[in-house]
Design a protein around this ligand. Structure first.
Ligand SMILES: [Zn+2]
Ligand SMILES: [Zn+2]
Length: 343
């Protein structure tokens, strides 16, 4: 069982999770010996019995749960950082902690043994986003969950311990410091300007046009002005289109090909690169905030996807100051990503 411990000095939380120690080959050496044979991959179609029973799936009409015929599958993570069965309990004192309560789900993105999003069809990207939408809208109903983190790691450098494409969902009883601060800034900005922070950022980016990579429908992809990672890309919209749990099918159909295009362009520029991808998810509880963040959620916060290529290791400076050193100017990255579209 894990613990969510509060760090008084840094104002953040740490999850102490002994079960994570048992993750398959996560310490480098065996990492080179990739699982390529599908009979050994627990995420491949036909190996459904190698995972815990599914929580959700998109599957063919006549197929049965935990059997072949699926497009995406969601299962509990075997190597849980937190678990939904743990008591929802906060312990006060100098050393403050939560029991390791939360949701930790694993989304198996495709039935085929794909190891990169760049191998997916547009249809697969659509079904993946629909799956995330279904899981977040279901978990939102659990009032104990204050924040849901949605992310994927591609490549072992980025922290992936399974090669078969998958996404992780972690729901917590607390809002992480970084996100609490991020959303607080969005609310403060909205209160001052009656406009979402990301809406203004995209307006400014479009006006200067230096860092725009591509557009499709309501969505704009750009390398942000203060990119923390080389070739970092954000995909978002000026319009309020809802969040991952409320995004309409037609908007999913708009963002999917854009995301796929961007990742393919990145691959052309960077070769096989490793990255983290996160999908924005505003907090689900009002406590800890100055404003009612739930009522005006969509006006204040834009749905966004952030792609963070991990070309360099974080070192002492980054870890101790929170200031990232990025050797690639976003203007340069955006230019290369635009050019590779036509090459
Ligand atoms: Zn591996
Ligand atoms: Zn596989």
């Amino acid at each position: 069982m894990s613990d969510i411990r509060h760090d008084r000095v840094h104002g953040s939380h740490v999850i102490i999770a002994p079960e994570r120690l048992h993750r398959p080959h996560c310490y480098g050496v065996e990492e080179k010996g990739e699982i390529t044979r599908e009979e050994h991959c627990p995420f491949c179609e036909g190996n459904e019995s190698m995972t815990p029973p599914e929580i959700f799936s998109i599957r063919e009409k006549d197929s049965l749960p935990n059997e072949k015929g699926w497009k995406t599958r969601v299962v509990p993570n075997l190597y849980k950082a937190v678990q939904i069965e743990a008591p929802y309990e906060h312990h006060y004192g100098f050393f403050e902690r939560w029991e390791g309560f939360g949701a930790h789900e694993l989304i198996i993105d495709t039935p085929e043994h794909h190891t990169s999003i760049t191998q997916w069809s547009e249809r697969a990207v659509v079904q993946w986003l629909q799956t995330l939408r279904a899981r977040v809208s279901d978990l939102r109903k659990d009032e104990r969950i204050a924040y849901i983190s949605l992310f994927k790691n591609e490549g072992s450098e980025a922290g992936a311990s399974q090669h078969h494409c998958h996404t992780q969902l972690i729901g917590l009883p607390i809002v992480p410091k970084l996100l609490r601060e991020r959303y607080q800034r969005s609310f403060t900005y909205y209160k001052d300007k009656s406009c979402a922070l990301l809406e203004s950022e995209i307006e400014q980016e479009e006006a200067s046009n230096e860092r725009i990579v591509a557009k499709h429908g309501d969505f704009t992809a750009y390398c942000p002005y203060a990119s923390a990672y080389p070739f970092e890309v954000i995909i978002s919209s000026k319009k309020a289109l809802g969040q991952i749990d409320t995004l309409h099918d037609e908007k999913i159909a708009e963002v999917a090909p854009l995301l796929l295009d961007i990742l393919k362009n990145m691959k052309k520029q960077l070769g096989c690169f490793t990255f983290n991808l996160s999908i924005s998810t505003p907090p689900l509880q009002v406590k800890d905030f100055e404003y009612d963040i739930l009522t005006h959620r969509d006006e204040m916060c834009r749905f966004s996807i952030r792609i963070m290529p991990r070309l360099y290791h974080m070192a002492g400076f980054e870890v101790s100051t929170g200031i990232m050193i990025n050797p690639v100017a976003p203007e340069h990255a955006a230019k290369l990503l635009r050019e590779s579209k036509n090459g």
